[in-house]
Design a protein around this ligand. Structure first.
Ligand code: ZN
Length: 95
Protein backbone atom coordinates (compact mmCIF):
# COMPACT_ATOMS: atom_id res chain seq x y z
CA UNK A 1 0.00 0.00 0.00
CA UNK A 2 1.11 3.54 -0.71
CA UNK A 3 -0.10 6.93 0.44
CA UNK A 4 -1.07 9.32 -2.36
CA UNK A 5 -1.73 13.01 -1.88
CA UNK A 6 -4.70 14.73 -3.49
CA UNK A 7 -5.78 18.36 -3.29
CA UNK A 8 -9.37 19.57 -3.18
CA UNK A 9 -9.93 23.15 -4.31
CA UNK A 10 -12.11 23.81 -1.28
CA UNK A 11 -10.76 21.56 1.47
CA UNK A 12 -7.04 21.41 0.67
CA UNK A 13 -4.69 18.43 0.66
CA UNK A 14 -5.66 14.92 1.75
CA UNK A 15 -3.96 11.54 1.80
CA UNK A 16 -5.45 8.42 0.22
CA UNK A 17 -4.03 4.94 0.85
CA UNK A 18 -4.21 2.61 -2.19
CA UNK A 19 -2.21 -0.28 -3.61
CA UNK A 20 0.92 0.84 -5.45
CA UNK A 21 0.23 1.80 -9.05
CA UNK A 22 -3.55 2.12 -8.71
CA UNK A 23 -3.83 5.84 -7.94
CA UNK A 24 -6.31 7.55 -10.28
CA UNK A 25 -5.75 11.12 -11.50
CA UNK A 26 -8.69 12.36 -9.41
CA UNK A 27 -10.69 11.07 -6.44
CA UNK A 28 -13.90 12.42 -4.90
CA UNK A 29 -13.24 14.61 -1.87
CA UNK A 30 -14.62 12.94 1.29
CA UNK A 31 -15.71 16.33 2.67
CA UNK A 32 -17.46 18.01 -0.27
CA UNK A 33 -17.62 15.36 -3.01
CA UNK A 34 -15.79 17.49 -5.60
CA UNK A 35 -13.04 15.89 -7.70
CA UNK A 36 -9.63 16.30 -6.03
CA UNK A 37 -6.59 16.10 -8.32
CA UNK A 38 -3.46 14.14 -7.50
CA UNK A 39 -0.40 16.00 -6.23
CA UNK A 40 3.03 14.54 -6.96
CA UNK A 41 5.19 14.70 -3.83
CA UNK A 42 8.57 13.39 -2.76
CA UNK A 43 8.41 9.74 -1.66
CA UNK A 44 8.57 9.28 2.10
CA UNK A 45 10.61 6.11 2.31
CA UNK A 46 11.07 4.47 5.68
CA UNK A 47 14.77 3.81 5.15
CA UNK A 48 15.62 7.39 4.20
CA UNK A 49 18.16 9.44 6.14
CA UNK A 50 16.41 10.94 9.23
CA UNK A 51 18.17 14.29 8.80
CA UNK A 52 16.98 14.45 5.19
CA UNK A 53 13.43 13.60 6.29
CA UNK A 54 13.62 16.42 8.86
CA UNK A 55 14.61 18.86 6.10
CA UNK A 56 11.68 17.68 3.94
CA UNK A 57 9.29 18.00 6.88
CA UNK A 58 10.53 21.56 7.59
CA UNK A 59 10.17 22.51 3.93
CA UNK A 60 6.61 21.17 3.80
CA UNK A 61 5.70 22.85 7.09
CA UNK A 62 7.00 26.18 5.77
CA UNK A 63 4.25 26.10 3.12
CA UNK A 64 1.45 26.21 5.65
CA UNK A 65 3.12 27.20 8.94
CA UNK A 66 6.00 29.58 8.21
CA UNK A 67 8.00 30.48 11.31
CA UNK A 68 7.15 33.95 12.61
CA UNK A 69 10.13 35.93 13.88
CA UNK A 70 10.34 39.39 15.40
CA UNK A 71 14.03 39.98 14.66
CA UNK A 72 16.74 38.90 12.26
CA UNK A 73 18.13 35.48 13.32
CA UNK A 74 21.62 35.55 14.77
CA UNK A 75 24.53 33.82 13.08
CA UNK A 76 24.58 31.08 15.73
CA UNK A 77 20.87 30.46 15.18
CA UNK A 78 21.46 29.94 11.49
CA UNK A 79 24.34 27.55 12.15
CA UNK A 80 22.27 25.56 14.64
CA UNK A 81 19.53 24.91 12.06
CA UNK A 82 21.94 23.97 9.27
CA UNK A 83 21.98 20.20 8.66
CA UNK A 84 25.22 18.47 9.52
CA UNK A 85 27.45 17.80 6.52
CA UNK A 86 27.91 14.25 5.35
CA UNK A 87 31.12 12.94 7.05
CA UNK A 88 32.07 11.23 3.79
CA UNK A 89 32.69 14.65 2.21
CA UNK A 90 35.77 15.07 4.45
CA UNK A 91 37.43 12.30 2.41
CA UNK A 92 37.07 14.22 -0.86
CA UNK A 93 40.14 16.06 -2.22
CA UNK A 94 40.28 19.79 -1.44
CA UNK A 95 41.46 22.43 -3.91
ZN1 ZN B 1 -13.50 19.06 -0.79
Amino acid sequence: MATYTYRCGLDGPMDVVRPIGTAPATVPCPACGAQASRVITAPMLGFADPSRLAVIDRAEASRTDPPVVSSVPTRSGRAARRPRPDPRTSLLPRP
